[in-house]
Design a protein around this ligand. Sequence first.
Ligand code: PGA
Length: 247
Amino acid sequence: MRRKIAAGNWKMNGLKASIGELEALKASSEGATCDVILCPPATLVAAMADVASGSGIVIGGQDCHWNETGAHTGDISAEMLADAGAGAVILGHSERRADHGETDGEVNKKSVAAWRAGLQAIICVGETEGQRDAGETLDVIGGQLNGSTPEGATATNIIIAYEPVWAIGTGRTPTLEEVGEVHDFLRGKLVARFGDEIGNGVRILYGGSVKPSNAAEIFAVSNVDGGLVGGASLKASDFSGIVAAAN
Ligand code: PGA
């Protein structure tokens, strides 16, 4: 049995005043039987890790550099995130791939860096609308998974997030059949590469317009082990409904 995960991605949203949402989430998710991860902007990681301490909620980063230190102005290393109290980091989100030209090879190196610092790597894959329309979805996702995931993956050091680019922030979601097709495909790929135990142990999240109203049906699809949630993770009142659906 894989334990489900409700993961929130605040993207470039949140000021110190937003830390109250975490306080509320702590209260509302007490006793949750799923794993809860919240990834605020880097400026809030340390403060939120302090607030989350003892609650079981893991605070994560949204990106990291593959080096530990050095002349990389504006970048943050995995060790810095860990030092700030993070336990996980999102890597290869489609917005980073699009806005910063991140490649599978870079995501792979960043994942190794995350492990070096003791962080779980949440590795994102997903097709664009054009790729889906062209029937390329599984090819694209298979290639991203292979290229972005390093050797040495275990059931606990990676989490895969399937996020169709066209479903992110749009209110549109694939059908449950389409979600299941991709998640079954990803499961098969993980088992083929890493063997039964690891391949069947890795959690595969769905992301893209997950809301309290659709979370339960999406999380019930085969091989969907929870969600990576953007907009609906910003308010504890919404996100706690998604945590409840993952319990
Ligand atoms: P969304 O974003 O839930 O706002 O669609 C999901 C994500 O990009 O992780």
